[in-house]
Design a protein around this ligand. Structure first.
Ligand SMILES: Cc1cc2nc3c(=O)[nH]c(=O)nc-3n(C[C@H](O)[C@H](O)[C@H](O)COP(=O)(O)OP(=O)(O)OC[C@H]3O[C@@H](n4cnc5c(N)ncnc54)[C@H](O)[C@@H]3O)c2cc1C
Ligand code: FES
Length: 268
């Protein structure tokens, strides 16, 4: 597997927030990255921080930037790109970013890491769980609207994000309030039982990714998993993001975040 990588310019740069839109339980943060690359590779991520009030309080230390996959990117005629980030408010960083308004500043470093690779065999099947749908949006944009999408969410409110995909993604929810009552991996098992000639691309919580890895391994279906780990720097310096693979530890920020399922013993 050889994933795509667009190199980031050195250092962080200031982007401008153009909108923050509510999508059910999530928020879409849109920014103009005028000085960044126009063509980040789907699956890559940015380290993101608000330019103002990025910290616990006036007398306290600032936060580290947080890692976010870009959900969509459009090249701008004058250079750079318009970027969308899909976010879930899970802590102080995301709370602050989602509260930003039009015209406010956003520090960006990126795009970082290695993204998805072209399908190795058969049709692409995109499998997203919760906020993990974010990098699959731009991957579907790249593959074409016919690329099949399976998504799972906690509830109908979270499932509003399914509407961001082209076409009609197959949907499951934990509580049955929208789509099938069950897990997105139930939908994946059905798809692979019908036709196992596929390359699976997945992003979501670790338990979901481990279930995807096991389903694919049992059917000899190649899969590419967009993983997460805590990231302090995002460019290989701190070793805070290491994950075990069959070949030893790798830094997820430079060797991932997309890894081949076959490279992993388990997704922990
Ligand atoms: C490559 C990559 C891409 C990401 N893309 C997105 C995205 O598109 N949208 C999005 O909403 N989030 C994304 N994340 C996750 C996001 O970076 C974290 O949730 C971030 O820490 C949130 O900051 P916070 O200050 O709001 O919450 P924090 O206070 O940092 O964390 C809130 C809670 O989440 C836990 N947590 C934090 N980071 C992680 C992690 N990486 N894995 C598991 N648990 C964690 C903490 O332990 C805590 O319980 C991504 C992470 C990575 C590594
Ligand atoms: S986040 Fe620092 S080495 Fe990966």
């Amino acid at each position: 597997m050889s994933g795509a990588r667009t190199l980031a310019p050195f250092g962080r740069r200031l982007a401008e927030v153009t909108a923050v839109e509510r999508i059910g339980a999530y928020a879409l943060l849109c920014a103009l990255d005028a000085d960044g690359p126009a063509d980040p590779a789907p699956g890559q991520f940015y380290m993101v921080a608000a330019a103002e009030r990025w910290g616990a309080g006036a007398d306290e230390r600032p936060f580290l930037p947080r890692a976010f996959s870009f959900a969509r990117a459009w090249p701008r005629p004058g250079g750079g790109a318009a970027l969308d980030f899909l976010m879930e408010d899970v802590g102080p960083g995301t709370e602050r970013l989602i509260a930003l308004g039009e015209g406010e500043g956003l520090w960006l470093t990126g795009p970082l890491g290695i993204g998805f690779a072209e399908p190795e065999h058969g049709r692409p099947l995109l499998v997203g769980g919760g906020i993990g749908v974010a990098p699959l949006l731009c991957w579907q944009d790249r593959l074409g609207r016919d690329a099949e999408v399976l998504v799972g969410f906690r509830s109908a409110q979270h499932a509003e994000a399914a509407g961001l995909f082209a076409g009609e993604p197959r949907l499951a929810t934990d509580d049955g309030s929208a789509g099938r009552h069950g897990l997105v991996t139930d939908l994946l098992a059905e798809e692979l039982d019908t036709d196992a000639r596929a390359t699976v691309y997945a992003c979501g919580p670790p338990a979901m990714l481990e279930a995807v890895r096991v389903l694919c391994a049992g059917r000899s279906v190649p899969c590419q998993l967009a993983l997460e780990s805590g990231m302090a720097c995002g460019y290989g310096a701190c070793f805070g993001c290491v994950v075990p693979t069959r070949e030893g530890y790798v830094r997820l920020c430079v060797d991932g975040p997309v890894l081949a399922g076959a490279a992993l013993e388990v997704v922990a």
